[in-house]
Design a protein around this ligand. Structure first.
Ligand code: FMN
Length: 213
């Protein structure tokens, strides 16, 4: 089983509830699936470039303009997307470690998504829609937030962003472990909430180890 871990949290693990969920998830997964191959991409260590005009021309114009051949510059600027996309395409499981920032994801994750979720990178497009070039079976979102969020909370723009963007490229199995209510000054049960999310992250790892090993 190949697992790609994309981390979009700049904080050190001891200060980060989200990264602690990732530790719980991967500790359990590697215990149960010692053969799992895990690739870690820390977006803050190696920030993705924003999708440039030339890169987007190279990927998107062939979809809409018949006969458009990417130029040398367009191909060169598409290098990051292709390199990251290849890692997605080789994965069975994609894990996103994402704190909630302004009701959504940190911009650095969006920059990565804009690159990787391009046609000819992780999928091709025809009249029926997206045809995956990847074989990702499970998408895991490990998240945390200061506020408490109920399911389908209208303030939550993080879950729809992840769910809809990845669903559009054929990744429909989204599982979430979420430590909400992490604002300790507002919620006296922050620690219990984190403990429950850590347990949920471990349970997800168990489920995936059983399903994909
Ligand atoms: C830039 C920024 C924006 C944030 N925006 C929100 C928000 O919109 N809603 C919320 O509930 N918490 C928000 N928070 C709080 C974090 O989501 C919360 O502290 C979370 O536990 C951070 O996870 P981490 O400690 O793993 O980085 C924000 C924090 C930062 C730094």
């Amino acid at each position: 089983m190949n697992v790609l871990h994309i981390c979009a949290d700049p904080k050190p693990t001891e200060e980060s509830a989200t990264k602690q969920l990732a530790v719980a998830f991967f500790t359990k997964l590697t215990q149960l699936s010692p053969d799992a191959s895990i690739t870690n991409v820390d977006l803050y260590e190696n920030p993705p470039p924003y999708l440039s005009y030339h890169a987007l021309r190279g990927f998107w114009y062939p979809v809409f303009i018949e006969g458009h051949q990417p130029t040398e510059l367009e191909t060169r600027e598409g290098g990051y997307a292709l390199e990251q996309g290849q890692q997605v395409n080789e994965s069975d499981v994609l894990v996103l470690t994402v704190p909630m920032w302004h009701f959504s994801a940190p911009a650095i994750l969006k920059a990565w998504m804009d690159q990787v979720l391009s046609p000819s990178v992780t999928y091709t497009l025809d009249k029926r829609g997206a045809i995956p070039l990847h074989h990702v079976k499970r998408l895991v979102l490990l998240a945390s937030s200061g506020e408490i969020f109920k399911e389908d909370d209208p303030r939550d723009a993080l879950t729809p962003l992840i769910r809809d963007a990845f669903e559009a490229v054929g990744i429909r199995e989204l599982s979430i472990a979420w430590a909400d209510g992490q604002f300790e000054h507002l919620y006296s049960d922050s620690e219990q909430r984190k403990a429950m999310a850590l347990e949920a992250a471990e349970e997800l790892a168990e489920e995936i180890a059983e399903e994909l090993s």
